[in-house]
Design a protein around this ligand. Sequence first.
Ligand SMILES: C=CC1=C(C)c2cc3[nH]c(cc4nc(cc5[nH]c(cc1n2)c(C)c5CCC(=O)O)C(CCC(=O)O)=C4C)c(C)c3C=C
Ligand SMILES: [Fe+2]
Length: 433
Amino acid sequence: MPETEHATEQSRHGISRRGLVGGGVAAAGLAAGAFAAGRASAATDDGSAPDARAAYSFRGDHQAGIVTPAQDRLHFAAFDVTTGSRAQLVALLKAWTEAADRMTRGLPAGEIGPTEGDTNLPPDDTGEAIGLSASGLTLTFGFGPGLFRDEKGRDRFGIADRQPAALRTLPHFPGDMLDPEKSYGDLCVQACADDPQVAVHAIRNLARIGFGTVAVRWSQLGFGRTSTTSVSQSTPRNLFGFKDGTANIKSEETQDVEEHVWVGAGDDAKADWLAGGSYLVARRFNMNIEIWDRQTLGDQEDFIGRTKDTGAPLSGGSEFTEPKFSMPGSHGPVIPKDAHIRVVHPDFNDGVRMLRRGYNFVDGSDALGGLNAGLFFIAYVRDPDTHFIPVQNAMAKTDALMEYVKVTGSALFAVPTGIGTDEYVGQSLFERT
Ligand SMILES: C=CC1=C(C)c2cc3[nH]c(cc4nc(cc5[nH]c(cc1n2)c(C)c5CCC(=O)O)C(CCC(=O)O)=C4C)c(C)c3C=C
Ligand SMILES: [Fe+2]
């Protein structure tokens, strides 16, 4: 549907979208729709609240939700494909594209809406987002290894020859205690928004549309982003109480984004469809926060390698000062050798960087009264074999943090590039040119 037609539709507020969502499709997938008020970004963080009315274009050169300024809330869902029909799978991707395009504009998932349809039929939108705006919603789709081949290696949908070489189940890392019900998946959708109900509404409606073709395998809610993806955002804190996201790749670092986040045109001859896309690594870290809270402030800072107050490296300066790993302290280097920021730093990992986009979670409490809490780690990388697996291995083997975490969920997805008008998510994979 042309942009202008969208603009005249009723929003969930019941007011015209004209003047709210519009403008050109975001070239980099991160530019927001132009608002009458002139604010374009939901998550610009200069200390003020995010602009709840912001909308990010679903279509663009890259999928939104990667370099887009990290929103406050997450609902992440992994799906198993339950059909053997390629046509049905492609039809779902088309239907998801339409619904995602609408919901990211602040519109209902279906054209009729939650309350206007035939009273003898289920509505084409579930309704809990009535009255809510787009809230910076982004929907980012990924394909897991199981979409290409079943557990016996058989081609499921005629795309096995296009499976990227790096898209395999992640290896078992020391300390992994994976719950299969929080791991893996054929498809994933990362819904991020500045309103939790908007993110939940989006996943719920995509799951509803997928009934009979896919089934939710697992999902994860997250709050309090643990990253910054733009220099305009302030650094938030994780549940250990430390600033998290200081040294993350920012969208403004365009050369590093090209080098470390987007899959290049010649990276994988069999998987040319993935050029301009990325790999999404999801790792569910349960944090033993009750034990952590009994550690001294000095020890906590040694485990991270930064101060808890400002986030400055223990070698001195302020938050964004480069750490000096060779600076001596009273017992060895002032930033200990097993400090997290040293173990994962590019200087000790072949220069690789990753774009982190994780969220805090608290999923109630366990039988002993401890919080089932942690960090749902998400990273976007150009190649998991070079940019994630070696870093995670180093962390699992030598990082002081590992004593306070256990990994209970794990998954890897290939995230196709962005789409233009009249295209659907994954078209480059399913339609050979
Ligand atoms: C394999 C990659 C990483 C995992 C897994 C990971 C888990 C994890 N991290 C924190 C807390 C912090 N991480 C910080 C920095 C940081 N972390 C990684 C990678 C992984 N973290 C990188 C590449 C970096 C940046 C290193 C650098 O270039 O300096 C920080 C410091 C602040 C910051 O720069 O963001 C904190 C704090 C937790 C709690 C956690 C798992 C539970
Ligand atoms: Fe980290």
